[in-house]
Design a protein around this ligand. Structure first.
Ligand code: ZN
Length: 193
């Protein structure tokens, strides 16, 4: 399992963490560092507390870019900025957690040769996903909720699949039901080595 774009909403993040704790499930949290930056996020202090809670609960931290930019576009336009997107977020995460992350997930899964090169230099592994949870929409109609419920009820991960979630209200609302089914179907949750 993986949770992208956080920690950006302490109420949602803590509810997701509580559900994961209940099911003894662990995942990778791919962090956007702007959420932890005093100049960029009004709730950066709480987001930093949530980051520590994520670690205390035994989850893994990955880098998801400082500002969630399209890195393919950025490489064409401003290669120095591309490097900063990855390296500056590593630095901040090292400062806050004592350890540089080893995993990177490019925003929207879009990467280019320049990204691959920086990841090699930084000794990081590019980590995409196997199944998406379509949990990021802002459409909160009951028709959309039904669509999401049906989609989530049909999710059948294969061995080793990483599911892509976000710290979204849709995931907060459905994760307990999903993990209850996964538990009953005998799934286990593993982190990469
Ligand atoms: Zn993302």
């Amino acid at each position: 399992m993986s949770f992208d774009d956080g920690p950006s909403n302490p109420e949602i993040d803590r509810a997701i963490l509580e559900t994961l704790r209940k099911h003894a499930a662990h995942g990778i949290w791919f962090i956007n560092c702007r959420n932890l930056d005093p100049g960029m996020h009004p709730r950066y202090r709480e987001n930093r507390q949530v980051l520590q809670e994520i670690l205390r609960q035994g989850h893994q931290i990955g880098n998801h870019g400082y500002n969630h930019l399209n890195l393919v576009e950025l490489e064409k336009r401003d290669p120095d900025k591309l490097r900063a997107e990855i390296v500056d977020c590593n630095s901040l995460l090292r400062e806050l957690t004592g350890k540089a992350p080893e995993l990177f997930r490019p925003p929207w899964g879009q990467y280019s040769p320049g990204v691959t090169q920086i990841l090699q230099e930084q000794h990081m592994k590019n980590t995409l996903w196997g199944i998406t949870s379509i949990d990021t929409g802002t459409n909160t109609s009951s028709a959309m909720a039904d669509t999401l419920d049906r989609y989530w009820d049909a999710m059948r991960p294969e061995d080793g699949d990483i599911i892509l979630f976000h710290d979204s209200a849709a995931t907060m609302a459905r994760l307990d039901r999903l993990l209850t089914r996964f538990d009953s179907e005998g799934y286990t949750y593993v982190l990469p080595d």
